[in-house]
Design a protein around this ligand. Structure first.
Ligand code: CO
Length: 137
């Protein structure tokens, strides 16, 4: 079951430039930074109410975020992540409904959560992440 919107993934060319915007202009506090090798990104996390913002900076030209920034040089909303209590059954449900999966199996994402992505061609253009588990601080 999907229980919440866990976070929004926001691509930025540079965390060092983007984090001060969220801190100084919006008054939010960056809670942690983390490199996620599997996605070739560095992340910075903020919490707004129950929802997190995940800023994503590429660490390699092969990063999916680098490819996104080629089309959107200023940055932009990259994905929406739904929190689920059972990612395997959520993937089965999506697949059974005809959705193309980017990841057939969950992998370790930021914060030690198990994550998997659905293909935007099947989700009306919204890159969709499913994630399970609580953040390990
Ligand atoms: Co994410």
């Amino acid at each position: 079951m999907i229980t919440k919107i866990d976070h929004l993934g926001i691509a930025v060319p540079s965390l060092d430039q983007a984090v001060p915007y969220y801190e100084k202009a919006l008054g939010l506090k960056c809670e942690r930074r983390e490199e996620v090798a599997s996605q070739k990104v560095r992340t910075a996390f903020f919490t707004v109410g129950q929802i997190h913002l995940e800023l994503l900076e590429p660490t390699s030209p092969e990063s999916p975020i680098a490819r996104f920034l080629e089309k959107n040089p200023a940055g932009g909303i990259h994905h929406i992540a739904f929190g689920t209590d059972d990612i395997q059954s959520q993937l089965r449900q999506a697949s059974g409904a005809g959705v193309k999966l980017i990841d057939e199996k969950p992998f370790a994402g930021a914060g030690g959560k198990r994550v998997a992505f659905l293909h935007p061609k099947s989700t009306f253009g919204v890159l969709t992440e499913l994630c399970e588990g609580e953040t390990n601080h």
